[in-house]
Design a protein around this ligand. Structure first.
Ligand code: 9J3
Ligand code: ZN
Length: 264
C-alpha cells in the first residue's frame, strides 16, 4: 500500500481492471444464518482471502421488494475481488419497506464489524451501503441515519421520500432509462437533485436498462460502483480518473451528472 494513503488496496486500476468480471483479489465467502443475525435476515459475506494486506473497507447490500439475497449476489464476488468485504443480505421479510431496509443494512454492518468471523479483516471506520430498488431506498435511509458512512449507492432506488438534503455521505445514484417500477423522473432524479450541492454526488442513468438491470451481472454498474467505493471508502484517488471528468453518454450511459473535481 502506498505510504501516502494507508487505505489504498490493490494495484493501480485500469479501465480493463475495473470492467473485468473479477479483480486482483482471490475471494472467500461465509454464510450468516438468519438465526445468528440480529436485526436483519442473514446473508453471505464475500471477502479477500489474503490476511497480508491489512484491513479492508466494507459494504452491505440489500435486495429489493419481494426479492432475496440471490438477486444481488453477483455484486458480492465482483466487488470483493477488487478489495472490499461485501455483505449481501436477506431482509427479515421480503416485504419490508425502505426505512426498515435501511435499519437492516446498519444492523448487517454492525454484525460484520462486531460479531462476524471476518470482523478482524474489516476497518469499521470505512463502511458503505448499496441496495436494489427498496434496498436502494434503504441505502439512502441508512446514510441519513448514520452520516459516518463513507459511500452510498442506490441501484434503481425506490422510496416515497424523494428528498435527501440530510445526507453527508458521498452518494452515487444509479437509475435506468427504461425503469417503469421506479421511474428516474420520480425516484433517482429527484433523489439526486435533493442532495446537498456541497456533497460529493453523482447521477448515473443506464442506457437501454430496466428496473431489474441491477439483478444480473452488469459491467457499467460494477465499473462505476467500484470507482465510487474506492474513491470514497478507501480515499483512493487513483480511481478519480473514472469519475472525473464526468463520463460522456455512451452505449451504456444515458446520462451522467456529478460534481468534479470531488471535494472530499
Ligand atoms: O423494491 C422494489 O422493487 C420496489 C418497487 C416496488 O415494487 O414498489 C411497489 C410498492
Ligand atoms: Zn426527505
Amino acid at each position: 500500500q502506498a505510504a501516502d494513503n494507508p487505505y489504498e488496496r490493490g494495484p493501480a486500476p485500469t479501465t480493463s481492471s475495473i470492467e473485468s468480471v473479477r479483480g486482483p483479489f482471490a475471494v472467500s465467502q461465509t454464510s450468516v444464518s438468519s438465526l445468528s443475525a440480529s436485526g436483519f435476515g442473514g446473508g453471505t459475506i464475500y471477502y479477500p482471502t489474503t490476511t497480508s494486506q491489512g484491513t479492508f473497507g466494507a459494504v452491505a447490500i440489500s435486495p429489493g421488494f419481494t426479492a432475496t439475497e440471490s438477486s444481488i449476489a453477483w455484486l458480492g464476488p465482483r466487488l470483493a475481488s477488487q478489495g472490499f468485504v461485501v455483505f449481501t443480505i436477506d431482509t427479515n421479510s421480503t416485504l419490508d419497506q425502505p426505512d426498515s431496509r435501511g435499519r437492516q443494512l446498519l444492523a448487517a454492518l454492525d454484525h460484520l464489524t462486531q460479531r462476524s468471523t471476518v470482523r478482524n479483516r474489516v476497518d469499521s471506520t470505512r463502511l458503505g451501503v448499496m441496495g436494489h430498488s427498496m434496498g436502494g431506498g434503504g441505502s439512502l435511509e441508512a446514510a441519513k441515519s448514520r452520516p459516518s458512512l463513507q459511500a452510498a449507492i442506490p441501484l434503481t432506488g425506490w422510496n416515497t421520500d424523494k428528498t435527501w438534503p440530510e445526507l453527508r455521505t458521498p452518494t452515487m445514484i444509479i437509475g435506468a432509462d427504461g425503469d417503469t417500477v421506479a421511474p428516474v423522473s420520480s425516484h433517482s432524479e429527484p433523489f439526486y437533485q435533493s442532495l446537498p450541492s456541497t456533497l460529493d454526488k453523482a447521477y448515473l442513468e443506464l442506457n437501454n436498462a430496466s428496473h431489474f438491470t441491477p439483478n444480473t451481472s452488469d459491467t457499467t454498474i460494477a465499473k462505476y460502483s467500484i470507482s465510487w467505493l474506492k474513491r470514497f471508502i478507501d480515499n483512493d484517488t487513483r480511481y478519480e480518473q473514472f469519475l472525473c471528468p464526468i463520463p460522456r453518454p455512451s452505449l451504456t450511459i444515458e446520462e451522467y451528472r456529478g460534481n468534479c473535481p470531488h471535494n472530499s
